[in-house]
Design a protein around this ligand. Structure first.
Ligand code: GDP
Length: 408
């Protein structure tokens, strides 16, 4: 069997869309295992560009099968639109795109709550306001509605009542107006009808494809420092972007994942709030943002920018069990012309080699920087500290702009 996981080693936006598209030529299936339409993976191929939100990146290759696992949350409108948009480019996706009936649905009231809560809070998380957090809260609170429920009319009516009543109270407590029950019920049935040709049990599907010798790529969205457990809590996402997330998010036994490719950008960016030790708030940050086009693929928000934080990459490699590294955006750093990276931190006079496990300590970190002669110098330092080879380096947004440094 051959399962390869692709994970981000920073705060997301490492360029995973391009990486997955690049690697997908050697794979038969791409599986999304967490996140939702808050993800935005940009792919440029043959002069075409496409931003994937829910559909697995890699589906621009016309023989690649895409599977969306139960760990993903599905926004009905975003999903239907993305299917129509992609079908305009690559043709009918039926028989090639599948969503597990156990994936949860982002309800209209989840989006309402996300927007109302973020707007009312004096310490907002800086979410994409797409309702992902409230959907995952309801998943764990046993109040979720899942894709499969929309295909079972009577069950849905009966089981929508509790989540509806709970969320009505939540929305109203922020001064919002909850849509009537029947309106939501009908909306879900309509959604079910539209997507029913794509719904299939992902476990059985993967087992069948695996038996036929399929090579399977597991696509993580966001990044390790946005992981609900291992990220900069509470400024994190509400799912598990790490390689372990693939096991619970897509039903894949841990021992079957034999390759984990960690993607990192040769500088660092972050969207939203939260600590960022190597952030450059001045002119250098602006240069990285402009040269790297660092604006959110989903929200268009300017990203915060700064130098590569090598201890973050090293620690993330441990958490994910990374077997290969894939560096991106080397062309951008080459245009900036300064090859600076943090190699450790100081905290209250102490030296640290790893990012802290205490949320509070992230705020006092002073990065210890080193300047290198070239991008290659940084890559060698990353390899030395992780003990893992940087197998690939991306040097442009186009599909072919990748240097394979080491034999695969
Ligand atoms: P993701 O969420 O990790 O997939 O990252 P995004 O897709 O949001 O951000 C990556 C952006 O950088 C996209 O616009 C990519 O096309 C672009 N990109 C990826 N790799 C490279 C690279 O090596 N060089 C340049 N210049 N752009 C890149």
């Amino acid at each position: 069997m051959s399962y390869t996981a692709i994970v981000g080693l920073q705060w997301g936006d490492e360029g995973k869309g391009k990486v997955i598209d690049y690697l997908a030529r050697d794979y038969d299936v791409v599986v999304r295992f967490q996140g939702g339409a808050n993800a935005g993976h940009s792919v440029y191929a043959d002069g075409k560009s496409f931003v994937f939100h829910l559909i697995p990146s890699g589906m621009l290759w016309e023989d690649v099968v895409g599977v969306i696992g139960p760990g993903v949350v599905i926004d009905p409108e975003a999903f239907v639109k993305e299917i129509s948009d992609l079908e305009k480019t690559v043709g009918d996706l039926k028989g090639r795109l599948f969503v597990d009936p156990r994936a949860h649905i982002v309800m209209p009231y989840h989006r309402q709550e996300d927007a109302l809560f973020e707007a009312s809070s004096d310490k907002p998380i800086g979410t994409t306001k797409k309702g992902i957090g409230p959907t995952n809260r309801d998943r764990y609170g046993r109040l979720g509605i899942r894709v499969g429920d929309t295909l079972r009319r009577d069950y849905l009516r009966e089981h929508l009542r509790r989540p509806y009543d709970f969320n009505k109270r939540v929305v109203e407590s922020y001064g919002g107006v909850m849509p009537p029950f029947e309106e939501i019920y009908e909306y879900l049935l309509e959604f079910g009808e539209r997507i029913s040709p794509y719904v299939a049990d992902g476990v059985l599907l993967l087992e069948e494809m695996e038996r036929k010798g399929a090579r399977i790529l597991l696509e993580g969205a966001q990044g390790t420092y946005l992981d609900l457990n291992f990220g900069t809590y509470p400024y994190v996402t509400s799912s598990h972007p790490i390689s372990g997330g693939a096991t619970i998010g897509a039903g894949i036994p841990p021992w079957k994942i034999n390759r984990v490719i960690g993607v990192f950008k040769i500088y660092t960016t972050r969207v939203g709030e939260g600590p960022f030790p190597t952030e450059e708030k001045g002119e250098l940050g602006d240069r990285l943002r402009e040269l790297g086009g660092e604006y959110g693929a989903t929200t268009g928000r300017p990203r915060r920018c700064g130098w590569l934080d090598i201890p973050m990459v090293v620690y993330a490699s441990l958490v994910n069990g990374v077997t290969d590294l894939f560096a991106t955006k080397m062309d951008v750093l080459d245009r900036v012309g300064t090859y600076k990276a943090a190699v450790g931190y100081r905290l209250n006079g102490r030296e640290l080699s790893f990012p802290p496990a205490y949320s509070a300590d992230w705020y006092g970190l002073e990065p210890v920087y080193e300047e290198f002669e070239s991008g290659e110098g940084i890559l060698l330092e990353v390899e030395r500290r992780t003990g893992v080879a940087v197998t690939f380096v991306s040097v442009g947004k186009e599909r072919e702009a990748v240097i394979e440094r080491k034999r695969r």
